[in-house]
Design a protein around this ligand. Structure first.
Ligand SMILES: NC(=O)c1ccc[n+]([C@@H]2O[C@H](COP(=O)([O-])OP(=O)(O)OC[C@H]3O[C@@H](n4cnc5c(N)ncnc54)[C@H](O)[C@@H]3O)[C@@H](O)[C@H]2O)c1
Length: 315
């Protein structure tokens, strides 16, 4: 590929991991985000790696800004991650629709205008809640379901292909906002030697953030056909397992989980996604949690992370 890969929402958790991977793969990468804060990426990347990214500040709901960035950087592939998570959509439904729905329309419009045929976007396990077997209905899930529907229409009417990916619970360094960021914050609490309680229990699909980023990258590694949507479940594990691994590696940690299991479907398979896209690696829960602990220890030692980072949604 001679052009660039555009990552929207690049200031977020999966975005930061995607940037790092793309830089390591020597790809030309453009980071687009509403926020000018590049802190999450800096938790993962060296200063030199950060400088090789083209940073663009803009609102995904502003199609002119998006068009200008695509033109300026000769974008050939888009990894669309920009979104507001569950609590932010609930707090401001209109802005949730503006970012999570209009933003996605803009990405598809731009793909149509510039003939981009490598497009992946983040849907969510929350879209399952809007189906025939409702799990948890949220405005966020409704917006993500709408995105999947409009992707189908962009293929039907204009032959704009896409791959939608529905992650379950992403964990790892830089996962710090949204309801399901709490297991990651518990790992950080263990490293800091602070008590922490996760207010849900049960088995859920945990996806190491690097695995999630690599799945999105694999999805745009070649031109696509049609509009497909796939689950990304990672490794099923209990919240307690995450806490047990952390407690073993961080003696003295005081970590608990309580309450009901997350109302997510339990038996989602990654096989259809893996068959559809280029191969990407997977992390066991043991390896992912241990790698997260190791990196958190370095970041705490350097002063990059501290107790104030245990508050979710700090941004
Ligand atoms: N993390 C998970 O467990 C998970 C699970 C399911 C789906 N997803 C989806 O994956 C994607 C990435 O998740 P994440 O955890 O990295 O999210 P995140 O909340 O960490 O990052 C989202 C990013 O989008 C940016 N953004 C918000 N509004 C914007 C706007 N108007 N214009 C441009 N950028 C804007 C934010 O500044 C932020 O940097 C999102 O679409 C999310 O809904 C994530």
């Amino acid at each position: 590929m001679t052009g660039s890969i555009l990552v929207t929402g690049a200031g977020g958790c999966i975005g930061a991991w995607a940037l790092r991977q793309l830089v390591e793969d020597n790809q030309r990468v453009v980071a687009f985000d509403l926020s000018k804060n590049t802190r999450r990426a800096s938790l993962l990347m060296t200063e030199k790696q950060m400088q090789s990214v083209q940073w663009e500040n803009g609102d995904i709901a502003d199609v002119e800004a998006l068009r200008a960035v695509i033109k300026r950087h000769n974008v050939e592939a888009i990894i669309h991650l920009a979104a507001l998570q569950v609590p932010f959509c609930k707090a401001d439904p209109m802005n949730g629709a503006r970012v999570n729905v209009l933003g996605t329309v803009n990405v598809f419009e731009a793909a149509r205008e510039f003939g981009i045929n490598r497009l992946t976007y983040a849907s969510s396990v929350a879209a399952h809640g809007m189906g025939e077997t409702p799990w948890l209905k949220t405005l966020y899930g409704a917006y993500k379901m709408c995105d999947e529907n409009l992707a189908e229409v962009y293929w039907q009417d204009w032959q704009i292909p896409s791959i939608g990916i529905r992650p379950v619970v992403v964990y790892g360094v830089a996962r710090d906002q949204g309801m399901t960021s709490l297991p990651t914050l518990a790992i950080l609490a263990g490293v800091l030697g602070k008590p922490f309680e996760v207010p849900f229990t049960g088995t859920v699909g945990f996806i190491y953030a690097q695995e999630a980023a690599m799945a999105f990258i694999a999805a745009v590694s070649k031109p696509q056909q049609e509009a497909h949507v796939y689950d990304l479940n990672g490794t099923p594990a209990t919240v307690q397992q995450v806490l047990d691994i952390t407690s073993r590696e961080c003696p003295g940690a005081s970590l608990t989980c309580t309450g009901d299991p997350l109302p997510f479907p339990g038996e989602l398979s990654d096989e259809p996604l893996r068959q559809a896209i280029s191969p990407y690696p997977s992390w066991t829960i043991e390896r992912g949690v241990v790698e997260t602990i190791e990196r958190f220890k370095q970041l705490v030692a350097s002063g990059a992370l501290s107790e104030s980072d245990l508050i979710p949604g700090k941004g």
